[in-house]
Each structure stands twice: as C-alpha cells, then as structure tokens.
Design a protein around this ligand. Sequence first.
Ligand code: ATP
Length: 321
Amino acid sequence: MTLVAIRGLSVAFDGIPALREVDLDVPRGGAVGMVGESGCGKSVTWLAALGLLPGRATVTGSVALDGQELLGAQGATLDRVRGGRVAMIFQDPASSLNPVHRLGTQVAEALRLHRGMVGTAARAEAKRLFDQVGIPDAARRLDAYPHELSGGQNQRVMIAMALAGQPELLVADEPTTALDVTIQAQILDLLNRLRRETGMALVLISHDLGVVSETCEEVAVMYAGRIVEQAPAEALFANPSHPYTRGLLAALPPLDGPRQKLAAIPGGVPEPWAMPRGCAFAPRCARRTPACEVAVPSHARIAERHSVACVLAEARELVAA
Ligand SMILES: Nc1ncnc2c1ncn2[C@@H]1O[C@H](COP(=O)(O)OP(=O)(O)OP(=O)(O)O)[C@@H](O)[C@H]1O
C-alpha cells in the first residue's frame, strides 16, 4: 500500500526549473533509494514535498501522504507532518543539532512537540530512544553536548530525534556521507534494523548506488532534475538500462579483486540554467544519437515496475510490445 505518492512534482527557483515531473511512490514500510550525482534534485524532491523550500521556489504537482495532499497544505498541517509522520535527517548532524543544548534536552523537545511528553516521562523515553539507536551509556550521553560525541554518535542522536515523532517515513539525506566507511556500514545496519522494528518506511538519498542497493528494495536514479530510471534494486543491477545508471555502476569500486581506476562518467551535471535541449545526459553519453538532442525522452516501461527515460529504451519497449 502506498504511503507517499508523488506525481508530476516540479520545482523552479526564480523561474529556472530544478526538478521536472517527478513521479515516485513510497510503499508503507518500504525502502526507496534515490541516487544521482550532486545537484540532480534528490534533496529538493523531499524539501519540496515537506514544504521546506524558500519562498522563491515555485512548486507544482502533487504529494499525497496517505491520500492527504501536502503541497499547499496549511502550516499547522505541515508542522504536524514534519518531524511527526515524516522525519528527515541530513548529512551533517552537527549542523542540525543545537551546540548549546544538551542532547537529552533536544530529544525531549522533539518528544514534547510531537508526543506531548514532558518531565521524567520524556527523559525515560529519550533514554529508551538512545538505547534503541545504539548509543552506549545512554543515560550519561543525554547530558552531553553535541561536540562531546563523534560524528557517527551524533548521527545516531539525529536518528533518535527522528524516531521521537514515531514517523511512518524517515527520509535520510546522505546520512553516511560525512562518516568513515566502518561507521557508514553501522548506520546503514541501524536504519535497516529500525525499519524492521518500527515498520517505518525509508527513503535513502545517496550519490552512492552501492549504499542504496544494499538497503533499498526500489531505486530511483535521478539526473538533472528528473528520474531517469526506476526499478526494483535487483532489476536495476541485473539490467541497468539508462546509460547514466550504467555509468554509476561502472564507477562503483569492485567488491573484491584488485583495486582499479574507477570508470568515472566524463563531464558534469549541467546547471539548471544551462540545460541542453533533448536528453540532459546526451552531452556525456557515449551512446547518444541525433534523436537524443531533439526531445526529452519519455519514460518507457521495459519490464514490470522498471521504467527508463532514454530513446534506447523506447526502442526496446516497442520491441517488447
Ligand atoms: N535554495 C535553492 N535555491 C536555488 N537553487 C537551489 C536551491 N536548492 C537547490 N537548488 C538547485 O536545485 C538543484 C537540485 O539540488 P539538490 O540539492 O536537490 O541536488 P541533490 O541531488 O540533492 O545534490 P546534493 O547531494 O548535492 O544535495 C541544483 O541545481 C541546486 O543548485
């Protein structure tokens, strides 16, 4: 059953499109990964969905949470959703935590806001949440300040604060990017465990297809403000079909065997104000054809739940039909 249904979500900043016609479903309790290089629109998708973009952003389309439209919803409705039914954590926990307040006070505030808990009940629940996210010596850590904990521990605190509202969906925006590799794996394990324990859905935003594939059942690959390929994680790995997805996969380090130079995709993501006509990936694509430079490819369904926005896939869809 769908928890969040995003349809035709588009965002422009000062009239310049940054996100185009994004369609995405998050199933209740499911895990959806969003991948792509920096600037592709992964964060803007969720900031727009939760009404967190600045006033100069124009947002159109639809974002329904359990059938309730969030775009254009009253501030009070959005306040209940944000940090309550939908929580979001970011790459740099230090910038989201208040440096001058004890960690326990910050978690207690989230508990007061979203669950009306105060006093010893809030403190006991804060300790339980710290235990749940694996912060050792939780009772003592409640009295610590953010600078007294490591980056990985602070990310656990952010996750505890997110859990304070008993969210049905946690949007984790590059939650492990600032952490070293072993800690990254621990945080991903934690997110997986919490999903199992709480039944919450997870959206994992990452530039790393490896991170997303280990955690998510469904993956959306974004490029220049659009979803260019979307499929169950297994299908995406078995049959990556957009040249950009193939490029991201080729850039992954091998799981075993000798280290080799990564096959990076040449060039960079075009800036929103300098979008090429036609397919935005065409200038970097080794397989481009003259048709790629004429029109933006529409989504072709090449298999059950597997869609690709590429003229090469359009041809395959016709063959399959
Ligand atoms: N507040 C803003 N004002 C103007 N442009 C913005 C703003 N926020 C994002 N953008 C633009 O929107 C586009 C998408 O950005 P977004 O942050 O969603 O990318 P991303 O894929 O999440 O990358 P990153 O991992 O770097 O956050 C980019 O071109 C970015 O410059």
